[in-house]
Design a protein around this ligand. Structure first.
Ligand SMILES: *[C@@H]1O[C@H](CO)[C@@H](O)[C@H](O)[C@H]1NC(C)=O
Ligand SMILES: *[C@@H]1O[C@H](CO)[C@@H](O)[C@H](O)[C@H]1NC(C)=O
Length: 206
């Protein structure tokens, strides 16, 4: 499944542009709220700017970002001065709040200086480097949401290794696995993401 989706991105590239991207593949980075919301790096679980303690608890992996990456690690960042503009993605707001919420209390840094929302950070740091595969802010967010729902890791892990809430998708403290299990499962997902991505680097179809 992951391979197909990555190939889809590569096909987009081949048909739409003569430019080669300055990276090798995309990593779709996801996070498990139960783990992130407990970490001190997130600044504590509850604050008005994050989704950790909202009334409809999150029982699914959420999106961190879509990161253009080099085969040898990391990837390009902060590639142009396209400032984040919420108005451009206003018709995606509901989906973004559900599947791409901030789980941090602190505001991440922006390429342009200062701090902003998780969405602004991801667009400026990673999205601007996705060109020409992804050409603008709206496409960055809509493509990432599309990949996320097509490659449903929450459903995949729920059926394969019993991660996630057992009560139909609602996340409660009593249903979360132990911290240690979270860690193991996080590791497995990171491995799965990278392995899938490595199998079909965008550059192979140049
Ligand atoms: C949402 O907005 C984008 C750009 O602002 C536009 O291209 C797209 O067609 C819109 N989608 C819907 C379903 O209205
Ligand atoms: C992922 O799968 C679960 C379980 O089948 C479903 O409830 C959820 O809506 C799916 N998520 C997305 C983003 O499609």
């Amino acid at each position: 499944m992951a391979v197909l989706l990555l190939l889809w991105l590569a096909a987009l590239l081949a048909s739409s542009s003569a430019y080669a991207p300055g990276f090798d593949y995309f990593v779709l980075a996801l996070q498990w709220p139960g783990t992130v919301c407990r970490s001190s790096a997130a600044g504590g679980p509850c604050c008005s700017s994050n989704a950790c303690c909202r009334s409809d608890r999150i029982g699914w992996f959420t999106i961190h970002g879509l990161w253009p990456s080099y085969a040898h690690g990391n990837g390009p960042t902060c590639c142009n001065n396209a400032d984040f503009d919420m108005a451009k993605i206003s018709n995606l707001t509901m989906e973004l709040q559900k599947y791409w919420p901030s789980l941090y209390c602190s505001s991440p840094s922006l390429c342009s200086g200062g701090h902003g929302s998780l969405w602004a950070h991801e667009w400026e740091k990673h999205g601007t480097c996705s060109y020409p595969v992804i050409q603008d802010e709206y496409s960055y967010f809509s493509t990432t949401l599309h990949l996320y729902s097509s490659y449903n890791v929450t459903a995949m892990l729920a059926s394969k290794i019993s991660i996630g809430a057992d009560d139909g998708g609602r996340y409660t403290r009593s249903h979360t696995p132990s911290r240690r299990r979270h860690k193991e499962e996080d590791k497995q997902w990171i491995w799965a993401t990278n392995a899938a991505a490595t199998q079909s680097p965008v550059s192979r179809l140049d």
